[in-house]
Design a protein around this ligand. Structure first.
Ligand code: GUN
Length: 295
């Protein structure tokens, strides 16, 4: 049976450390502030954004959720971001994805002040990760690295396979793992729809990180004994036996893999809470940078 990479526990530790930092800032009259923009009615996005706001409040970060309709124009959304850039009480800005098709995501991310880009989606921040001199680390990949580190797992000299090449998980995570940082410095392979034989790669990997959005994709036969398995997915599958009519599962077939691997993240309670914890971390960091507060 595998050890559990407990994201709830690690996130709680990160937040307790942040609370201490925020108390110090409060002594100087400084309150970190996060603005979260939610466009449209996506139910999962609503849950994520309200959870982000709730957790900000819990540790003393001022948070505002700005709701905009699904048919907001690209220019109006840009104007909103430009106004948030100017506000002294807002140190972090995030626009929840997915976004409707009229929004040009690249243009939007370019408009966010890179010093307020607490999601780490701005091309400047992604580029800085690639060259090994980051300002903000993209939250989900950062959460994965932090979760491993807090369980004394180093990626140094390990073979890591990432399933999925999204701009918000797979690509920045690959860029981070290849850096010569403490606990990274691993050899990374990214599999995607152009990969001919996924199992050929996963079967030999010391660590498999699954971020493709396909329910229970990674099966036990695809991994080696004692692999470390990180599940970034959160998918709804129909289940008439429960009142809601659905249950949440990850991208990993948990029951089978859990018997074979050495470490595994649960869903929920694995990577999800760490993404939020690192968003809060980045917001406090942004506040300190803007206010020129030294560590
Ligand atoms: N959608 C899925 N994950 C994220 C995230 O970390 N940040 C934002 N802004 N949108 C997302």
């Amino acid at each position: 049976m595998a050890n559990i990479l407990d994201g709830k526990k690690a996130a709680k530790e990160v937040k307790a450390e942040l609370r201490t930092e925020i108390e110090k800032l409060e002594e100087d009259g400084i309150v970190p502030g996060l603005a979260a923009v939610l466009v449209g009615e996506n139910p999962a996005s609503k849950i994520y954004v309200s959870s982000k706001a709730k957790q900000c409040k819990k540790i003393g970060i001022h948070s505002e959720v700005i709701y905009k309709p699904d048919d907001i124009t690209h220019d109006d959304l840009i104007r909103l971001v430009v106004d948030l850039n100017k506000r002294d009480d807002i140190h972090g800005i995030l626009v929840q994805e997915p976004l409707p098709p009229q929004i040009n995501k690249l243009d939007l991310n370019l408009q966010i002040n890179p010093f307020k880009d607490v999601d780490g989606f701005h091309p400047e921040n992604l580029g800085r990760i690639l060259i090994g001199d980051p300002l903000f680390l993209t939250c989900t990949p950062y959460g994965i690295l932090e979760l491993l580190e807090r369980n004394d797992i180093s990626l140094n000299k390990k073979d890591i396979v990432i399933l999925g090449r999204s701009n918000i998980v797979g690509k920045p995570l690959a860029a981070m793992i290849m850096q010569k940082w403490p606990n990274t410095n691993g050899t990374v392979t990214v599999c995607h729809t152009g990969t001919q034989d996924v199992v050929k790669h996963t079967k030999h990997a010391d660590v498999v990180i699954c971020a493709i959005g396909i329910a229970e994709y990674l099966k036990d036969y695809m991994i080696k004994d004692d692999a470390i398995v990180v599940d970034v997915g959160i998918n709804r599958v129909d289940d008439s036996s429960v009142e809601k009519g659905y249950r949440l599962v990850g991208d990993v077939a948990y029951e089978g893999c859990e018997k074979k691997c050495s470490w595994i993240t649960p869903v929920p309670g694995g990577v999800g809470p760490m993404t939020i914890a690192m968003l809060l971390y980045n917001t406090v960091k942004a506040c300190k940078l803007i206010n020129k507060v030294e560590d």
